[in-house]
Every structure is written in C-alpha cells, then in structure tokens.
Design a protein around this ligand. Structure first.
Ligand SMILES: [Zn+2]
Length: 65
C-alpha cells in the first residue's frame, strides 16, 4: 500500500444509464506526450461515465526539442 493514494482516483461515479452511482473501471485511452488520458467505464453496463488526464509536467521538454 504505497504510492496508491497519491493522486485522486475515482472508484464510483454516477452512471446516466444505470441512474445510480456505480463502481468504475479505468481504461487507458490515449498516451500523449503531456499525459495519459483515461476513461472511466461503468463496471455494470460499460457506459463511459467520465475521464481523467494524468499530466506529466516533467515531460514538456519533449515538445521543445
Ligand atoms: Zn451503468
């Protein structure tokens, strides 16, 4: 149990399809130079219920060359 709670993670979000708060599954959607984009899917019905961007502030040099 270390490094696990350093950043906010959604575990439950409101699902419009289930019309209730549901546990979510995190899925990596895109890997970009400035961060990874994640999507949250309802564990019950699989509908997308939210997203998140994990920014990598140290990586901006990547773009400067
Ligand atoms: Zn749902």
């Amino acid at each position: 149990m270390k490094d696990q709670f350093q950043e906010w993670e959604a575990t439950e979000l409101y699902c419009p399809r289930c019309k209730a708060a549901r546990p979510v599954r995190k899925r990596l959607l895109l890997v970009l130079p400035d961060g990874d984009k994640y999507e949250y899917l309802c564990a019950q019905c699989g509908s997308p219920v939210g997203g998140k961007m994990d920014e990598k502030p140290g990586n901006f040099q990547f773009l400067i060359k």
